[in-house]
Ligand binder design. Structure first.
Ligand code: MSP
Length: 535
């Protein structure tokens, strides 16, 4: 029986350029959350993908002497799919807005809104930023005094001039959803999170909603409007629908009922599309609104949102080639409170790698396994009676697991990680105080040595499980090294615990799961030292 449904989405990324670490940040967070839910027994689904229509992609393709579809195919193949491998993301699906399954379902949705009277033809005159693919209000623009665009109105986000549009377009009657949206924010305070984003959305909607122009006739790279093929659909209207077209809206009712509603992870800059336009679209179509829209913060470089257009973009493999994907995943989730902005720096990354991953966690794992090998021929000893210090470790493990599970339910990944890290710190302190190498010198306290090393090894078992959604590669190595997945004759007939992925996170804090008698194998450092010259 599948557990509770947990359907999580990332934004679908524009294929006008290659990914940078800002995009990778969302992917990693989404992957960690879904791995966690999967290992909690939930019926989990992670969707990611690419946003391929619109003027921005069209112009990039033209500038590169190719067609938009060829351009998109190339970038998906050479950049966006490889990104998922680089980061070790276990997505369940990857949708492209040029997929036929998407286009078919978009037409069904559009026709329904049109038939039900939510779409009408009207005149549009206003400003458009191609970078944002968004119609702008004067508040979103500023006049520049100097530089290339002196005296022109530029978008506050992109710093580039907006274009004045004057077209006959189709409009979605968004204005009539102002009150239903305000009621939604009021009755479901969790709908938009964190609070800073929620407050911004509420004040935006309170200030009034216009109808939304949802078609363009000046170019043709998009999904054609079914009742008027001289227009293509506005790229955001098209893109937002991916969240339901990918799970069978209009084509597979059973799959759709099983997955929807979902949770959307987005950067705070696109929270408005997700928390205003999207629920209004769904309300008009009589579909349930999402469970939650969570707007995470930005990665800043030099105090500004990192971006390719401002030449501050850093490619994810610049980091993973040196530090590995686990360190990438760990660093961004540990160093930045999820939901807030955070600055990236190479110095901070190197320092945390060395002190937390290599010296803190990696060294703990190597040391404990080496001592079991040396003092017990690699066979995990049975514990004797537990004393205060040992019980202290058991409590740390229990509390950390419970705090981490609660934090993940609130999408507070950094808090979950900090909670789990208390086990690393406490265990390192415990070993320093218990001095197993002193106990090993003397036959008399042999039982005590067994208790200390069992405690340390079982602590590592809990750490491997609790960290597996965050640093999947090294925890899998650790898990095998603990012998947990291959218990043999020595283990008093105890069954193998299975793979680390089969361990249930809500149960991770329960003491005593690694059977005495498990056979450990020495390992290479999980996080090898990185020569400063490379960094
Ligand atoms: N195609 C739209 C999303 C459509 S979803 C129906 C889009 N694409 S994007 O490629 O420009 O951006 C995708 C995501 O990357 C956004 O959530 C954006 O916030 C995020 N980031 C882009 N730069 C970022 C940082 N510097 N830091 C953190 N996230 C960043 O918008």
């Amino acid at each position: 029986m599948p557990g509770e449904s947990f359907y999580l989405t990332t934004p679908i990324f524009y294929v006008n350029d290659v990914p940078h670490i800002g995009h990778a940040y969302t992917e990693v967070a989404a992957d960690i959350l879904t791995r966690w839910h999967r290992q909690s027994g939930d019926d989990t689904w992670l969707l990611t993908g690419t946003d391929e229509h619109g003027q921005k992609i069209l112009r990039t393709a033209v500038a590169n002497d190719t067609t938009p579809k060829e351009w998109a195919d190339k970038l998906v193949r050479d950049a966006w799919l490889p990104l998922l491998e680089t980061l070790n993301v276990a997505n369940d699906d990857f949708i492209r807005t040029t997929d036929e399954r998407h286009e078919t379902a978009v037409l069904i949705f559009l026709q329904k809104l049109y038939d039900d009277g939510f779409i009408y033809k009207g005149e549009y005159e206003g400003y458009y930023c191609v970078g944002c693919e968004e119609y702008k209000q004067l508040d979103d623009l500023m006049e520049t005094a100097d530089g290339d665009y002196a005296g022109q109105l530029v978008c506050k986000i992109h710093g580039r001039p907006v274009e004045v549009l004057q077209e006959t377009n189709y409009f979605f009657k968004m204005s009539q959803f102002q009150q239903p949206l305000l009621d939604l924010y009021e009755s479901q305070p969790e709908f938009v999170q964190p609070a800073s984003v929620r407050n911004e959305i509420i004040s935006f909607v309170r200030s009034g909603l216009n109808d939304l122009s949802i078609s363009r006739s000046s170019f043709d790279w998009g999904i054609q409007i079914p009742w008027d093929t001289s227009h293509v659909l506005y790229v955001w209207f098209d893109a937002l629908l991916n969240y339901i077209t990918a799970i069978g809206y209009g084509t597979d009712d059973e799959q759709f009922a099983r997955r929807w509603p979902g949770t959307h992870l987005v950067g705070k800059d696109i929270a408005r599309f997700h928390a205003v336009i999207w629920p209004a679209m769904l309300m008009a179509a009589g579909i349930q609104v999402p469970t939650q829209v969570f707007g995470h913060g930005w990665l800043l470089v030099g105090g500004e949102k990192m971006s390719k257009s401002k030449l501050t973009g850093i490619a994810p493999n610049e980091i993973t080639d040196t530090f590995g994907s686990d360190a990438f995943r760990y660093y961004f989730m540990r160093a930045i409170s999820f939901g807030q902005d955070g600055s990236f720096s190479w110095e901070d990354l190197s320092a945390r790698y060395q002190s937390e991953l290599a010296n803190g966690f990696g060294n703990l794992a190597s040391r404990v396994i080496a001592m079991v090998s040396r003092y017990y021929d690699g066979v995990v000893p049975s514990p004797g009676p537990y004393g205060e210090a040992d019980l202290g470790i058991q409590k740390t493990v229990r509390d950390a697991a419970s705090a981490a599970n609660t934090a993940i339910a609130r999408l507070a990944i950094h808090e979950a990680l900090a909670a789990v890290w208390t086990i690393v710190e406490e265990l390192n302190g415990y070993i320093t105080i218990q001095e197993p190498w002193v106990l090993a010198k003397d036959e008399a306290p042999r039982e005590r040595l067994g208790t200390v090393l069992y405690t340390a090894t079982e602590g590592l078992r809990a750490l491997a499980v609790l960290l597996s959604p965050i640093i999947p590669e090294s925890t899998e190595v650790l898990w095998s090294a603990l012998g947990a997945d291959s218990l043999g004759a020595d283990s008093d007939g105890a069954d193998s615990l299975g793979t680390v992925w089969e361990q249930l996170l809500p149960d991770a804090g329960r003491w005593g799961q690694l059977p005495a008698g498990s056979r450990v194998t020495p390992i290479e450092p999980l996080f090898p030292r990185i020569e400063p010259a490379v960094v």
